[in-house]
Design a protein around this ligand. Structure first.
Ligand code: CP
Length: 330
């Protein structure tokens, strides 16, 4: 099923094949070791330039893209909306065209508008990586989640993954639903009716089940993925109060008992502790929340490597070179 990755951009999971997803995950796996070494650097992207263009706040995604670029020896530059000429009225496309004039190899963009990375991809020669566009997609989050599940469970196919919470506003949920179903998992969704997307009820054949009760979604699940309540995207009252949300939809130890005995707990971060997830669950033995962050670094190294043409310059990274050779012969 494995195949090489020949795309210029990474805009979403929806357009990727199962083989392309597996190739990114295999590449990420071969990069994981670099971050455990004393000297955490290989020359794979020496001479390449990566620009991080973030129009929304971020801790994990922006930092890990910057560290990923640096560990591959690329030059990494961070541009945030608040300190850029966007504050003087420059448009997104003009900003991108001006950055493009400095010949970057990749532009990583996070934006509140769905489709912003796609706009850039149409006008830029540089590879465009979607680091989250509105409530649309967050492809590297889904990839790091899959790498984390695969690391612990050894597979994705045949697992039951419960995704709980603010589905309506979640780009993480959308990317994960595409990825998990392409790789053969069953996805059960639950959350307040006001925070559910009708379109997901129509994906029964793809393996998506919308449950009314959180307990039913969690029942015998192998993975329980909790979503953040996205207050910044909620311009109306979708539920009476945070306290009531915690009572009816928060993941606590009692609810977790419904899951399979070896179930793992995931959250993309940042967490609202005591609201969508209780602290004793977030910090408990089943929680892989910090493993997700570590795997995020490996996934972003892989994505930068694959998009910035690293497969042609993988000196000093025999593991990746070997994987690339293997995928050519499969
Ligand atoms: N999960 C995630 O995207 O986190 P940040 O917003 O901190 O990047």
């Amino acid at each position: 099923m494995n195949e090489t990755f020949k795309r210029k951009d990474l805009l979403g999971i929806r357009e990727l094949s199962a083989g392309e997803i597996t190739h990114i995950l295999d590449t990420a796996e071969s990069f994981r070791d670099i971050s455990r070494r004393e000297i955490k650097k290989v020359p794979a992207l020496r001479g390449r330039t990566v620009i991080n263009l973030f129009f929304e706040p971020s801790t994990r995604t922006r930092t890990s893209f910057e560290i990923a670029a640096k560990r591959l020896s690329a030059d990494a530059i961070n541009v945030s909306a608040s300190t850029s000429s966007v504050t003087k009225g420059e448009t997104l496309l003009d900003t991108a065209r001006n950055l493009e004039a400095m010949s970057p190899d990749c532009i990583v963009i996070r934006h509140s508008s769905a489709g912003a990375p796609h706009q850039l991809a149409r006008v830029c020669r540089a590879g465009i990586i979607n680091a989250g566009d509105g409530a649309h997609e967050h492809p590297t989050q889904a990839l790091l989640d899959a790498l984390t599940i695969r690391e612990r469970k050894g597979r994705i196919s045949g697992l039951k993954v419960a995704i709980i919470g603010d589905i309506l506003h979640s780009r993480v949920a959308r990317s994960n639903i595409h990825l998990l179903t392409k790789l053969g998992a069953t996805v059960s969704l639950a959350g307040p009716g006001t925070l559910m997307r009708n379109e997901f009820s129509e994906l029964v054949e793809e393996g998506v089940i919308v449950e009314r009760r959180i307990e039913d979604a969690i029942d015998e699940a192998d993975v329980v993925m909790i979503l953040r309540i996205q207050r910044e995207r909620q311009d109306a009252a979708f539920f009476p109060s945070m306290r009531e949300y915690a009572v009816h939809y928060g993941l606590n130890l009692k609810r977790l008992e419904r899951a399979a005995s070896e179930a793992i707990v995931m959250h993309p971060g940042p967490m609202n502790r005591g609201i969508e997830i209780a602290s004793d669950v977030a910090d408990g033995t089943r929680s892989l929340i910090l493993d997700q962050v570590s795997n995020g670094l490996a996934v972003r190294m892989a994505v930068l490597y694959l998009l910035a043409g690293g497969s042609h310059t993988a000196e000093g990274n025999e593991g990746v070179q070997r994987k690339t050779e293997e995928s050519r012969t499969n």
